[in-house]
Design a protein around this ligand. Sequence first.
Ligand code: NAG
Length: 124
Amino acid sequence: MQFTIASIATLFAAIAAASPAVLQERQAPSVTATFYRSVGCNRGPTDVITPPSPDVLVQDTAPCHNITIPETVGCTELTASTLTRQIRVYDQPNCPEVGNTHFWTYPEGSNNKFNQNVKSYRFL
Ligand SMILES: *[C@@H]1O[C@H](CO)[C@@H](O)[C@H](O)[C@H]1NC(C)=O
């Protein structure tokens, strides 16, 4: 009997130790990016670049994330957003905002498509 109670206590301690990490992982806001070869998101492209699609972009405070995609992206689609902050997506690596660069900012929670290459992103 005593052994059984000790075992249950150990089990509960193990569950308690594991739970916060599991909960945090489930709750981390994210958006799913799908990359297409075709230009023209509004024409319903089906030529998905896999990998890295579908690429789950998890919200964080890092200054910049590069995305390496082996081909030129014609259309990027963001879906299943649970973001609580805006995401800014760049057509150059290193998230540059001056010089030869284009970038787009999307509101938290939005699902969007845009006809552009993607090489880096960050959360505002
Ligand atoms: C992002 O890519 C650029 C260009 O390839 C590279 O110089 C830079 O080190 C990369 N940054 C990170 C954080 O990997």
